[in-house]
Design a protein around this ligand. Structure first.
Ligand code: AFP
Length: 349
C-alpha cells in the first residue's frame, strides 16, 4: 500500500468545517465564522494551560469568589481572561457576559462593536481541577437585538431558542470542541502535534434511549418525592424498560453532558427544597447545552417545558435541568407531571 492509499480520505480542520458551513449561507458576512475561530484559538490556549496545570504553580485558589459565590481557582481566571482577550478587539462582538462576572462585560470604547453577543462559562467543573478530572468551557452566541452601537443587558437576556451558535470544549483525555449553528452538531478533537482541531465526530446524534442516569444523589433528601420516585424507579430490575440503569456522575456538566451525547441516557440537576432552581445557570450552562442536545436529536427540559423557551430575567438565573435521550427525558417528564403509573401508585399508597 502506498502512503497516499493509507492516508485518510479527507482531513477536515475546524476552520475548513466552519467555512464550509458558512458557504451554505451566501449572505453571511463571515463574522460568525471568525468568532468561532477566535473561540477555537482561545480553547487551544486554555487547553495548553489545563494540560500543564500540574507542572506550573498555576493551581490553587486565587482568593476570590465568583458572582455566584462559588470558589474561583486560578485557571478559571486565566480562561476567563483569554476568552475576553480573544474577542474584545475583533469588532465582531457587541457585549459579553461570563459566569465569572457579576455584570455584563462591555467592549472597550476604543474598539468597534459587532453584531454578536457572547455568553460563556470559561471553566466549568473547576472543582475537579485538582483531581485532574475533565473540565470544560461552554459558549453561547446570540445576535445583538438592542438599537444602539454598544451591546446591553437586553442582548444577553434572550431565550435560548434565539441562539445562533453554541457549544463547549471538553478538556479531558483529549481536548474536544463540539458546536452547533442550528444545523446539527459536529465534534473536533485537538491534535496537539499540529495544533489543529480535526473533525472527529461529524453529525453527532444522541441515542433515542439510554442506559445511564447521571445526577448528584447527595441531594436526594432535598428532592421533590417525584424526582426521588424516578431515581428509585431507574434502579429497579425490569428488562422491558431497560432497567436497572447505570449511574455515572462526574460533577462537571461538560463531561456529564458529553458522555450523555455519546452514549445516551439522562443528565439531570433538579431543583430541590434547598435550591428550588437547582444549581446550573440558564445562560452559561443550561441553554447552550440544551441547544447542542436538541440539535443532536435529544431533548432538554426544566421539568416542565423546553429549556430553550425559558425567558431570562437576570444574568445569573438558575434552572433545573433534565437533558439527554428523547425517551429518557419524556419518561422523567411523566414522573414530574405525575402521569407516570409508578408515581400514581405512589400517590395512592
Ligand atoms: P464547579 O465549577 O464549581 O465545579 O461546578 C460545576 C457545575 O456547575 C457543573 O459543571 C456540574 O454539573 C455541577 O456544578 C455539579 O454540582 P454538584 O457538585 O452540586 O453536583
Amino acid at each position: 500500500m502506498t502512503s497516499q492509499e493509507s492516508a485518510p480520505a479527507r482531513l477536515v480542520t475546524i476552520e475548513r468545517h466552519i467555512l464550509d458551513e458558512q458557504a451554505k449561507f451566501p449572505d453571511a458576512s463571515g463574522d460568525l465564522t471568525n468568532l468561532l475561530y477566535d473561540l477555537a484559538l482561545a480553547a487551544k490556549i486554555i487547553a495548553r494551560e489545563v494540560n500543564k496545570a500540574g507542572l506550573l504553580d498555576i493551581l490553587g485558589k486565587a482568593g476570590l469568589n465568583n458572582s455566584s459565590g462559588d470558589e474561583v481557582k486560578k485557571l478559571d481566571v486565566f480562561a476567563d481572561r483569554w476568552i475576553y482577550r480573544a474577542l474584545d478587539h475583533t469588532g465582531r462582538v457587541a457585549v459579553m457576559a461570563s459566569e465569572e462576572s457579576e455584570a455584563i462585560i462591555p467592549i472597550p470604547e476604543k474598539f468597534r462593536c459587532g453584531k454578536y453577543v457572547l455568553l460563556f462559562d470559561p471553566l466549568d467543573g473547576s472543582s475537579n481541577i485538582d483531581a485532574n478530572a475533565p473540565i470544560g468551557t461552554i459558549f453561547s452566541i446570540h445576535k445583538k437585538i438592542s438599537k444602539g452601537e454598544r451591546g446591553t443587558l437586553q442582548d444577553c437576556l434572550q431565550p435560548g431558542h434565539r441562539q445562533v451558535a453554541a457549544g463547549y470544549v471538553l478538556y479531558g483525555t483529549s481536548t474536544m470542541l463540539v458546536y452547533t449553528t442550528g444545523a446539527g452538531v459536529a465534534g473536533f478533537t485537538l491534535d496537539r502535534s499540529i495544533g489543529e482541531f480535526i473533525l472527529s465526530h461529524p453529525n453527532i446524534r444522541v441515542p433515542e434511549r439510554g442506559k445511564i442516569y447521571s445526577v448528584n444523589e447527595q441531594n436526594t433528601i432535598y428532592w421533590d418525592p417525584r424526582v426521588r420516585a424516578y431515581v428509585d424507579w431507574v434502579k429497579q430490575d425490569d428488562k422491558a424498560t431497560q432497567r436497572p440503569r447505570a449511574a455515572r456522575y462526574i460533577g462537571s456538566m461538560v463531561a456529564d453532558v458529553h458522555r450523555t451525547l455519546m452514549y445516551g441516557g439522562l443528565f439531570m440537576y433538579p431543583g430541590s427544597r434547598k435550591d428550588p432552581k437547582g444549581k446550573l445557570r440558564l445562560l452559561y450552562e443550561a441553554s447552550p447545552m440544551a441547544f447542542v442536545m436538541e440539535q443532536a436529536g435529544g431533548a432538554a427540559i426544566d421539568g416542565e417545558g423546553r429549556i430553550l423557551d425559558i425567558e431570562a430575567r437576570e444574568l445569573h438565573q438558575r434552572t433545573p435541568v433534565y437533558m439527554g435521550s428523547k425517551d429518557d427525558v419524556s419518561e422523567v417528564r411523566q414522573f414530574l407531571s405525575g402521569e407516570h403509573p409508578a408515581v400514581r401508585e405512589l400517590a395512592t399508597r
